[in-house]
Design a protein around this ligand. Structure first.
Ligand code: TRP
Ligand code: ZN
Length: 466
């Protein structure tokens, strides 16, 4: 039956082609992984490429709650790529391009967006993806129950990203291991302000809308990106060393926050003496209303505070500019490298300003810590029980105690050198816990840190302490 044979053959060979594309053939090898295998958030981020720059152009109207965005993502392929993924949650993609040619796109489970470039990308080449999208962005609830992502506020919106909130408002490689520079341009109804990371390059009103263009020239992890839209009193100034400050305060918090916010230059100067040169091109703060968010966040350049912070919290979030934002954790398991240092910065500030010494803070925690933090000894800082625990007391308080144990062992001079040297060595990079322990051992080659690592950093239960 020659008349039938041909179509069957054609179908069979089409089938064979499809199969080749889907099982272990070379095409399969060219698929970018849908996650980075993070030990706590395995689907966060994607494999196969490294983003170098995001240019985000956003329009938001708090009345309709509608966000319209274009993301231009410049990246380098780390392998041959026939497809690759971006993370984006809850927004609808209307078009995608790769290297200016239309690309197929396919939203998968939950937050994976698969892009198929018209021509496969070769390993080690750079490429540009453009994604057009829109929708009404939502909060994302953490495994620990807290909300981030895109939060609605009394007078606008606030975007917070730790650990996975940033995929609620732009497509990207949302894992701390892939840092990039950014241009974030936001158009809002005239009368409102849009505050973000980096430096304000342009502010321009026309036809009832105002555009704010922000530029971030130093590498930034996506979890510390932010956009704050609303009514703000803005103060622009410079520190004595010429560092530009941009402070945006909700008018409801203006009075209450004036004194503490005025201490930013003094805190930065103190921090530079202790931690080394400030790693970014500008600083500041965003102070929103107390119930606009559940926690403060060290968003790059200018941390976000729900309500007026006290000095300790301001010190904590500014210390994160060195510990977390400049040297960034390689995975979410290394979170104690952020929080242990930022907490220790609070202890040091207190010690340097007539309060308890760090030794006294340590002793008090060791003797009575469970009364304030009931889970203080429930897991070691370098190994949180689960994704719900990465912001737990052992990560913050016991993380700071690890640093204090190092100080007891090395003495002050070497410890100070470690505090400065760690963020200097890894400036604008990523590091994990074993990078840190190796660094400490290298700085103090004659000391034995085995007990600190085994008992304080990785060990279960409350360590013995002489
Ligand atoms: N990392 C933030 C800080 O230092 C706090 C934070 C971010 C947080 N995400 C969280 C706290 C989730 C609890 C839950 O200060
Ligand atoms: Zn912190």
């Amino acid at each position: 039956m020659p008349r039938r044979a041909r179509p069957v053959l054609a179908i069979a060979s089409a089938l064979a082609l499809t199969l080749t594309a889907c099982d272990g053939s070379s095409r399969q090898d060219a698929t970018g992984a849908p996650g980075t295998n993070d030990p706590y958030f395995p689907k966060a981020g994607n494999g196969g490429y490294d983003v170098t720059h995001y240019a985000l152009t956003l329009t938001y109207d708090p009345n309709s709650r509608r966000l319209t965005g274009t993301a231009q993502i410049e990246a380098r392929a780390k392998q041959d790529l026939s497809t690759f993924n971006l993370d984006l949650k809850g927004l609808k993609v209307t078009a995608a391009e790769v290297n200016n040619a239309p690309a197929r796109f396919h939203p998968n489970s939950d937050h994976e967006l698969t892009i198929s470039p018209p021509n496969p990308l070769n390993r080690n080449t750079t490429f540009r993806t453009t994604v057009r999208y829109s929708g009404t962005p939502d909060p994302i609830t953490d495994p620990d129950g807290s909300d981030e992502g895109w939060l609605r506020t009394a007078d606008g919106a606030l975007a917070l990203g730790e650990p996975t909130g940033s995929m609620a408002w732009f497509p990207g490689n949302h894992h701390p291991s892939d840092k990039a520079t950014y241009d974030i341009t936001i158009t809002v109804p005239e009368g409102l302000k849009a505050v973000s990371n980096g430096e304000l390059r342009r502010e321009e009103s026309k036809r009832g809308r105002t555009t704010f263009a922000w530029h971030v020239g130093e590498p930034m992890a996506s979890y510390v990106t932010t956009v704050a839209i609303g009514e703000y009193d803005v103060r622009r100034s410079k520190t004595a060393t010429g560092l530009p400050l941009y402070v945006a305060v909700d008018p409801n918090e203006s009075k209450a926050s004036a004194q503490v916010v005025a201490r930013i230059p003094e805190i930065i100067r103190w921090a530079e003496q202790n931690f080394g040169p400030y790693p970014f091109s500008s600083t500041g703060a965003i102070v929103d209303r107390a119930n606009d968010a559940a926690y403060a966040l060290e968003t790059q350049n200018r941390p976000v505070f729900p309500g007026t912070p006290d000095t300790a919290l301001l010190v904590h979030e500014l210390a994160h500019q060195w510990y977390g934002n400049s040297v960034t954790p390689a995975t979410w398991r290394d979170m104690w490298l952020n929080e242990g240092f930022a907490t220790y910065a609070e202890w040091l500030w207190q010690e340097d300003h007539g309060g308890d010494t760090a030794q006294e803070t340590f002793d008090e925690l060791y003797d009575h810590g469970e009364e304030t933090y009931e889970d203080l000894w429930s897991f070691p800082p370098a190994s949180p029980t689960s994704a719900a625990h990465i912001s737990g007391a052992p990560v913050y308080q016991r993380g700071a105690m690890v640093l204090h144990k190092i100080r007891e062992t090395t003495g002050d001079a070497t410890f100070r050198a470690i505090l400065r040297g760690w963020p200097t060595t890894h400036r604008h990079g990523n590091a994990n816990t074993s990078d840190f322990t190796a660094y400490v051992e290298q700085q103090a080659p004659d000391e034995d840190f085995t007990t600190i690592w085994d008992d304080w950093l990785y060990g279960n239960g409350k360590p013995d302490h002489a």
